[in-house]
Design a protein around this ligand. Structure first.
Ligand SMILES: NC(=O)C1=CN([C@@H]2O[C@H](COP(=O)(O)OP(=O)(O)OC[C@H]3O[C@@H](n4cnc5c(N)ncnc54)[C@H](OP(=O)(O)O)[C@@H]3O)[C@@H](O)[C@H]2O)C=CC1
Ligand SMILES: O=C(O)[C@@H]1CCC=N1
Length: 260
């Protein structure tokens, strides 16, 4: 499968690194272009990709085109390439651009898949919420899913829920990093060096996520299991609640749902 990237920013780079780490996608089957030559040419050289001189050339060389640009650039970019997309599959990772808008900006026959990935795709442990329009053929769907499964878990979501799923999938890594960063800073205050604190915290968080995904217990039961009666955990938990942890999470999530 020849994969083209229009835009080679943080997310495209994470996807490309994930594809290469999987050993299932050859660097020479990846074609890239972005706005600034110094950005995409250096990256392309580092990974032995095909650096193309224009978005048009990316499309010409690829079967599956990943639109990996920011929402404000979509209208201009698609205006210039919409007539070149015949017989291609467009995969958009653009935040808050629904399938209907993408169809309006291209042509109504184009197979389009919409995805919200997260940066963990770089380590092949990402998640990708996705949906697609009716123009996508079964073989296009299965080959896309088989390829993107290399990057992590694929989760099909209806169009009316994809922004909500997108916040859960796409934004959460930053909050998880902040959670670890906040605890590691306090560990430094108590005299543990940050590197050791990060090792301990990362393993504790990773193990907890593993437990959530494998256990038959609900998350609230799992919390209860950690809280020994009269113990430290419940005191910490109540301190979190008293200081607005859950309210802060709610505000955080609401903020991610603001339209651009
Ligand atoms: N970062 C994340 O974790 C996630 C991001 N997304 C979505 O993915 C999209 C990209 O995000 P992200 O990678 O973080 O953003 P970046 O700002 O890092 O990357 C944007 C890319 O778009 C390129 N670009 C801008 N104009 C053009 C153009 N005319 N032609 C070709 N390329 C162009 C830029 O080029 P150059 O580098 O040369 O300046 C850059 O490579 C966004 O819509 C975002 O919402 C979705 C889920 C998660
Ligand atoms: O911050 C953003 O808008 C993008 C979408 C999800 C993660 N990064």
């Amino acid at each position: 499968m020849k994969i083209g990237f229009i835009g080679v920013g943080s997310m495209a780079k994470a996807m490309i690194r994930g594809f290469i780490k999987s050993n299932q996608v050859k660097p020479r089957d990846i074609f890239v272009h972005s706005k600034h030559a110094e950005n995409y040419k250096n990256f392309s050289k580092d990974y032995d990709l095909n650096a193309m001189d224009s978005n048009e050339e990316v499309i010409d060389s690829s079967d599956y085109i990943i639109l990996a640009i920011n929402p404000d650039d979509v209208i201009d970019v698609l205006k210039n390439v919409r007539d070149l997309l015949d017989n291609k599959v467009l995969i958009s990772i653009v935040w808050d651009y629904d399938l209907q808008r993408l169809e309006e900006l291209t042509n109504y026959d184009l197979p389009i898949m919409r995805m919200v990935p997260n940066v963990n795709v770089e380590e092949n442990s990402g998640s990708i919420a996705y949906n697609y329009n009716n123009n996508l053929q079964d073989n296009q769907l299965s080959s896309t899913i088989n390829t993107f499964k290399l990057l992590g878990k694929m989760i099909k979501v209806s169009e009316d829920k994809i922004n909500i799923a997108g916040s859960l999938v796409g934004c959460t890594p930053a909050y998880a990093y902040l959670f670890v960063e906040a605890f590691s800073q306090i560990a430094v205050k108590y005299g543990i060096n940050k590197k050791d604190a990060n090792v301990m915290l990362t393993q504790a968080v990773k193990g907890s996520m593993e437990t959530i995904s494998k256990s038959s217990l609900s998350t609230s039961d799992l919390i209860d299991n950690v809280c020994s009666p009269g113990g430290s955990t419940v005191k910490g938990l109540l301190a979190l609640k008293e200081n607005g942890f859950e309210n802060a999470i709610m505000k955080c999530f609401d903020a991610t749902q603001g339209r651009h």
